[in-house]
Design a protein around this ligand. Sequence first.
Ligand SMILES: C[S@@+](CC[C@H](N)C(=O)[O-])C[C@H]1O[C@@H](n2cnc3c(N)ncnc32)[C@H](O)[C@@H]1O
Length: 159
Amino acid sequence: MPRLAGRSRHRPSVRCSAEALSCQAWGSKGRTGTGPTQQKARERGSTATFLVADALALEGLGRRFDVAIDCGLFHTFSDAARSAFAENLHRILRPGGRYVLLCFSEHQPGDMGPRRVRQAEIRSTFARGWSVDSIVADRFADRWSEDGAAAWLAQLRRA
Ligand SMILES: C[S@@+](CC[C@H](N)C(=O)[O-])C[C@H]1O[C@@H](n2cnc3c(N)ncnc32)[C@H](O)[C@@H]1O
């Protein structure tokens, strides 16, 4: 049975350390999030701070992080937005900070769902200012199938 990595429709797309950047309503940039993810975290006793932000304008947060976790955001971006996103992540991660990415891969057949990402595209987007710790095949849980979609689980490190 394959491991399903991305699960909930309500899971934030980028999380940074104890702070979570929820993409669910990123139009309301800068407000404190109050969605289902935050409610679930509170029920579990988490004291994490949740902020809503545009992942292409993270500098406005005025903070730096050790880890950024991206579940299903990168594969929604155009080529130009991918570069802007990589630059934003680079600015808000501390040197040596990790970026963990889960996205649909080119091995997912058909055209249902988000844009497919080739492993080479991950490497080229993060070619400068980053090193690649690992990129492995994984599964991304979706709403259409039992075993999810073909995905890349990548771990990158900011220089
Ligand atoms: C494929 S969904 C993934 C949702 C959830 N993380 C999951 O795994 O089920 C991609 C999400 O990215 C959000 N998004 C797109 N552009 C964004 C941006 N610039 N900043 C923050 N979120 C964004 C969309 O609103 C959407 O909710």
